[in-house]
Write a new protein. Structure first.
Length: 310
C-alpha cells in the first residue's frame, strides 16, 4: 500500500499585527501551502468569535481575519465572514473585538452562521449545522491559539465547531458531555461534514493560563497555515510539547486514524517548530467536565437575551 502524501504545514515568525506585514505574511503562508483561490469561489472565513467578554484576547485578532479576507478578495473570491457564538450574535462579538471596524473598508460585514440543517452524528443523534457554512465551496478557519479548560488546547479544528448553530453547541455539551470522547467525536463529525477547510492560526499573541475566554496573553509570534486543520493543530501541539494523551481532540482524531492527526505526515514548508519559543505557555493540569450543567445553560440563554435587548 502506498504511503499517504505529506501534508504541508507552514509556520512563520510574525511579531506584530501591522497591516502591511500581515498582508505579506498571509499571502506567503497560502502560497507556501500551495493554496490558491478562484475568481467567484465562495469562501467562508470563519473567525473564532467566542464572547464579548475579554473579546480582544479571546477572539481571533481582527487584523488577521482582515488580512485573510483581503487576500481572498484580491483573488476574486466571493467572501463571507461569519461565526455563531453559543450565546449572542456574531455581529455583537465582532463589534466588541474590533472586527467590524477592521473589515469596514473591505465592504464586508460579519454574519451569523444560521439556518440549521440536521447532521447525523457518529454514535447516534443529530445536531444543527449552518446551511451558510455548508453552502461555501471552501472554509478558512481563522482561530487564535488558546489554552482551554475542557479541551486543553484549541486551534483551527475546534474552531469549526462554530458552524453548529447558536445554543445547540451548549445543548450538545449537556446531552453528550458525560460520555467520554463524544464531544471530541462531535467536533470531528462537524469537520467531516463541512466543505474542505483550511486552517490558519493566529499565534502572534496566544492565550494561556485559562481559556477559552479568560486567560493571559502569551507572545508566541507565530502564524500558521495548512490545507488540513488537523495537521496544523498537531504541529502546534508538538511545538508546545504536548502529546495526544494531553489533548483529547487530537487523541480522538488518532483513534479514528484521520491522516492529519499523524504528526509524521507533516511537511514543514517554511519555519520548523523549533524556531518558536513556547517556554512558559501554561495549560490546565486537569480538565473541567465536558458536560454543561442545566443552570449554566439557562444563565447563558438569559445573558444572550439581555445582549440582544441591549
Amino acid at each position: 500500500m502506498a504511503s499517504a502524501p505529506p501534508i504541508p504545514v507552514a509556520l512563520l515568525r510574525q511579531a506584530s499585527y501591522r497591516r502591511p506585514e500581515l498582508a505579506g505574511a498571509v499571502e506567503r503562508l497560502f502560497y507556501a501551502c500551495g493554496l490558491d483561490f478562484s475568481a467567484g469561489e465562495r469562501v467562508l472565513v470563519k473567525p473564532n468569535l467566542v464572547s464579548r467578554t475579554n473579546a480582544r484576547l479571546s477572539c481571533t485578532h481582527p487584523e488577521v481575519v482582515r488580512a485573510v479576507a483581503a487576500h481572498l478578495l484580491d483573488c476574486g473570491a466571493r467572501v463571507t465572514v461569519a461565526d455563531s457564538p453559543a450565546f449572542g450574535s456574531a455581529a455583537r462579538v465582532a463589534e466588541a473585538c474590533g472586527l467590524t471596524e477592521a473589515l469596514g473598508d473591505l465592504g464586508l460585514r460579519v454574519a451569523t452562521l444560521d439556518r440549521p440543517v440536521p447532521l447525523k452524528l457518529t454514535g447516534g443523534g443529530s445536531i444543527g449545522l449552518s446551511r451558510r457554512a455548508l453552502d461555501a465551496e471552501r472554509i478558512v478557519s481563522v482561530a487564535r491559539l488558546k489554552a482551554h479548560c475542557q479541551f486543553r488546547l484549541t486551534a483551527s479544528t475546534k474552531n469549526l465547531f462554530g458552524a453548529v448553530c447558536g445554543c445547540r453547541k451548549a445543548l450538545a455539551h449537556m446531552r453528550l458531555g458525560q460520555e467520554p470522547g463524544r464531544m471530541e467525536r462531535l467536533v470531528l463529525d462537524v469537520r467531516a461534514a463541512l466543505p474542505p477547510s483550511i486552517g490558519l492560526i493566529d499565534g502572534i499573541i496566544a492565550l494561556h493560563r485559562g481559556g477559552p475566554v479568560h486567560g493571559q496573553a502569551f507572545p508566541l509570534h507565530l502564524l500558521g497555515c495548512s490545507p488540513d486543520t488537523l495537521a496544523l493543530d498537531a504541529a502546534l501541539c508538538g511545538l508546545l510539547g504536548l502529546t495526544p494523551t494531553d489533548v483529547p481532540l487530537w487523541a480522538e482524531a488518532q483513534k479514528w486514524q484521520l491522516p492529519g492527526a499523524d504528526p509524521t505526515q507533516a511537511r514543514f514548508v517554511l519555519e520548523q517548530p523549533g524556531a518558536f519559543d513556547a517556554r512558559g505557555f501554561e495549560i490546565a493540569a486537569s480538565l473541567d467536565p465536558m458536560r454543561f450543567e442545566p443552570l449554566r445553560f439557562v444563565r447563558g440563554r438569559i445573558k444572550s437575551l439581555l445582549h440582544r435587548l441591549g
